[in-house]
Design a protein around this ligand. Sequence first.
Ligand SMILES: *Cc1c(COP(=O)(O)O)cnc(C)c1O
Length: 470
Amino acid sequence: MHPARINELVALDHQHVWHPFTPMRQWRESNPLIIESGDGDCLIDAHGNRYIDGVSSIWCNVHGHRVRQIDQAIRDQLDRIAHTTMLGLTHEPAVDLARRLCNLAPGHLNKVFYSDAGATAVEIAFKMAVGYWHHTGQPQRNRFIGIRGAYHGDTTGSMSVGYDETFHRPFKSMVFETDFVPAPDPFHTHRPPEDTTDRRWALEHPDHCAAIKDHALQALDQHLSKCADRTAAIVVEPLVQGAAGLIVHPPGYLADVADLARRHHTLLIADEVATGFGRTGAMFAADHEHVAPDILCLGKGLTGGYLPLAATLATDTIEQAFTGEIHEHRTLYHGHTYTGNPLACAAALASLDLFESTNLIEHVNRKAELLAQHLNPLRDASRFPYVGDVRQRGLMAGIELTIPGTDGATGFDPSRRWGADICRACRDRGIIIRPLGNVIVLMPPLAIRDENLIYLTDTVVSVIADYPFE
Ligand SMILES: *Cc1c(COP(=O)(O)O)cnc(C)c1O
């Protein structure tokens, strides 16, 4: 790109663009990176520099950028039509995709409601759950149980069930009340009364994990024993709480939550917006524990990371509750202008074809092992005193930085910008990553080439080794 054009774009961006999750004053004091193109697992900036896309363009890219088959599928669809509504009409890519998703999804999820973002998929799930109970004669079942620290998106409903004091404080008046239960979080939770576990690599301490899991499940069971009859659904991010800081749940937690939901006759909503589409080494994270949720939320990787599309899947039983005579007004009166956009559905279909033709899930499991091996040097506490924990499930990993001698449970001073500084230093070495506070996140495209996965991981480890903590 011509240098004059770059300068112009920077000036105009600073003048006119309000960026998501971005402290804008500091942004305007910085020199923004302009991405001009992509190529496989890399991004290329306006100066022609290449970077590994280490967080898959915020957790959504699957097969890489400019993948021939997906590009072609979108072009082919473009030659037919770019957009048509699903209000009162239907189209081929949406129908084909719905059938594919129902075949892939766990359990008996047999109905697909499209939208355009993870947050809207979650909102729709909430309305399905509350509406289901309303229409089946139990309208008092209208509250949700959320897992503390959960993230479900930034619309008001999804914000309510993922309440975060820092992000949401000004909007407290907008969110609805939710019943929160503790997360099964082995690194950040003390096991009472006295607990001397070294929580580095906390997930590898089976006794500690079992205790933390039992504690979380007991709290949920106790809550349900009192409040099941006012509960519409339990909402959970299966296996990994993403934006909470890559909190990996101890094995078996999800299956036990599903059991509790069943025993207490409430619904289970699985938010697989981040974990879906192979990220954890199975098509859906719930598959690892053979869990069949009543409602499943999908987004991010659905189109391979190409276009905004989301889907909320429900059982026939739930959908049936919304059927009746017109005058009964059971219809789910919800929709978005771009619901089920044909270009996005075509991209999703091409992405699903690639999962099959490239055996992608198998490769994810192999690459996850490679990632684990190359994260291994961080175990050396004398070399990495500031690495408190490393967590990984499939191709999602979090490296948590903590003050030596403290642990995750004793908190962290957010004014120390270690995470942001380290990610910034990685950029000079050809890697784009974005932290969650003091957690360095590695979440590359699932199709990342082995040599780039190794470079990504080794570079992050070496940048942490060289970083002047204090
Ligand atoms: C990203 C995310 C969302 C929100 O998706 P958007 O497309 O950003 O609205 C919801 N749930 C989880 C678990 C997520 O990671």
